[in-house]
Design a protein around this ligand. Structure first.
Ligand code: GLN
Length: 542
């Protein structure tokens, strides 16, 4: 039987609701249960695909090609359960479904209203596309009290009522701020937020309270009393030094036990948290340190490269080293002298990106890495920039460029208008909408036997996730291979270059896909493990 856990947030945003949900998923999984995590986002965009990573952080891409909220990345990294299109819904999507139905006449003359039509659509989503999961965890984006979240709260209230309290649990995440002059953790904002939720007809069953210090027994009782929750169900979510410590700390505070107790499930025994303890151990006691320069555009908001930063950390965990990231805005390299900043790093990574700002700087960074034999990892845009660099400076195609950035004489990177997905032909034109019209999701690739990447992956058949509109033009393959840039991975039909590498270099790999999306702390992606290993070797040289 499937049980539903709804996670709402109160008091302030940015309390780490996504991570809290992911950690609870991991704990239930460690108790032997099957989980699936979902996110209900109250914003009006149909999906986050068109949102600037500056504003909303990274867009996480699923195997089935959905552009989703970055919290789905946390879920997948913590549970290993591959996220699907059906695991993220927004107000925009809900309304576009409702309006499409209205236009088709599906509502048979009814006046279409938020209740029941919008709330029904939300409830359908909550229960859709599930199989034999023991728990569906649904995180509601935003903070209780936001105008946008009201229909979602109403929908989960109805849903909880329909499946009955024995099958639905409401968890509310709040903040207990510490006021130094009073020397106390304050409970009032939490009381207000629980009350606000109650005003929507939802009684929180478990409170997860973020705090920077342990909650004194007195305060816990006070919260319990005012919020109508048992004291043992007021759980402290204390600040920790590593995100991998979160499931361990939650367990120590009794979170999973209380969740199981709520549902009347057995609480004896302990979850097997050994994978988390061993990761935390490695993170806390690294055997060394390497510095990686990440040369990109959105470096001022680290959430815009969330999965990338995580995957680099995973590569460090696999090699027992701490990975220090030097985030560099590529624009600074448009001034030649700035490349000195790369002198002392042990690896250079150019991540995904869109648009022309800072591109020449990325090309300079790739050139520096190639010429100075510093490990280079180009991801998506970073691969495209490396190919342009090789074309210009190794093959002498001086006007090589990408049609994303203008009208170059030699478009070594260009807009692909057709490609095969399984047995069907996907088509794009210049005039397509921007939303959801990229090459998105999982595609297979064939690797060249004996290449560096075939060695790294330990196979010549791979599948990886994509999110891009432009492609390296296979027409230039021969000319570039002649000067030393090997096209070591191609789509099965040989039309789309997926990986390039420089065999005559310690580690120079560009990939058209996003390997960071599939890396997990307990299963680091081989490319990141190998890149960090190369950086360790480089650190012995500089
Ligand atoms: N802007 C490039 C493209 O659309 C690269 C995209 C990316 O790096 N994700 O092809």
């Amino acid at each position: 039987m499937t049980r539903y856990i709804f996670i709402t947030g109160g008091v302030v945003s940015s309390l780490g609701k996504g991570l809290a949900s992911a950690a609870l998923g991991a704990l239930l999984q460690a108790r032997g249960y099957k989980v699936r995590l979902r996110k209900l986002d109250p914003y009006l965009n149909v999906d986050p695909g068109t949102m600037s990573p500056y504003q909303h952080g990274e867009v996480y891409v699923t195997d089935d090609g959905a552009e989703t909220d970055l919290d789905l990345g946390h879920y997948e990294r913590f549970t290993g359960v591959a996220a699907r299109r059906g695991d993220n819904i927004t107000t925009g999507r809900i309304y576009s479904n409702v309006i499409a139905k209205e236009r088709r006449g599906d509502y048979l003359g009814a006046t279409v209203q938020v209740i029941p039509h919008v709330t029904d659509q939300i409830k359908d989503f909550i229960g859709a596309d599930t199989t034999d999961e023991d728990f569906i965890l649904c995180e509601i984006g935003g903070t209780v009290g936001d105008i946008e979240s009201t229909p979602f709260l109403e929908a989960i209230r109805q849903f909880g009522n329909e499946v009955g309290p024995e099958n639905a649990l409401f968890i509310h995440l709040t903040l207990l701020p510490y006021i130094p002059t009073a020397g106390e953790l304050k409970t009032k904002p939490t009381q207000h937020s629980v009350k606000e939720l109650l005003g929507m007809g939802i009684q929180a069953n478990i409170l997860l309270c973020r705090a920077d210090r342990p909650i004194p027994e007195n305060e816990r009782r006070k919260i319990a009393l005012f919020c109508n929750i048992r004291p043992e169900r007021v759980i402290a979510a204390l600040d920790v030094d590593s995100i991998y410590q979160v499931p361990i700390s939650y367990h120590e505070e009794g979170f999973d036990t209380q969740v199981l107790a709520y549902f009347g499930l057995p609480t004896e025994g302990k979850p097997d948290l050994s994978r988390w303890t061993s990761i935390v151990e490695r993170v806390r006691k690294p055997q060394g340190e390497v510095t990686i320069a990440v040369v990109g555009k959105y470096t001022s908001l680290l959430d815009s490269y969330k999965s990338l930063a995580e995957a680099l950390t995973h590569g460090g965990i696999a090699n027992n080293v701490k990975v220090k990231l030097d985030w560099i805005d590529s624009e600074i390299f448009e001034d030649d002298s700035a490349v000195q900043r790369l002198e002392n790093v042990h690896g250079i990574l150019v991540p995904g990106g869109f648009g022309s700002r800072g591109t020449e700087g990325k090309i300079r960074a790739a050139q520096f890495a190639r010429e100075r034999k510093v490990p280079y990892f180009g991801i998506c845009f970073g691969m495209q920039m490396a190919v342009i660099e090789s074309a210009r400076n190794m093959a002498g195609i001086v006007d090589a460029g990408s049609t994303e950035l203008g009208k170059p004489g030699n478009p070594v990177v260009g807009l692909m208008t057709e490609w095969m997905r399984g047995n069907s032909l996907e088509k794009r034109t210049e005039g397509n909408d921007l939303g959801g019209t990229m090459r998105l999701g999982t595609y297979p690739a064939k690797l060249v036997p004996g290449s560096k990447v075939a060695e790294v992956y330990g196979t010549t058949d791979i599948t990886e996730r994509h999110r891009h509109r432009y492609e390296v033009n296979v027409y230039y393959k021969e000319r570039l291979e002649k000067v030393g840039l090997l096209f070591s991975g191609l789509s099965p039909d040989g039309e789309l270059p997926e990986i390039v590498e420089i065999p005559d270099h310690p580690w120079f790999i560009g990939v058209q896909f996003h390997p960071e999306l599939k890396s997990k702390p307990f299963d680091p992606h081989p490319l990141f493990t190998s890149f960090i290993k190369a950086a360790i070797e480089q650190s012995r040289l500089v």
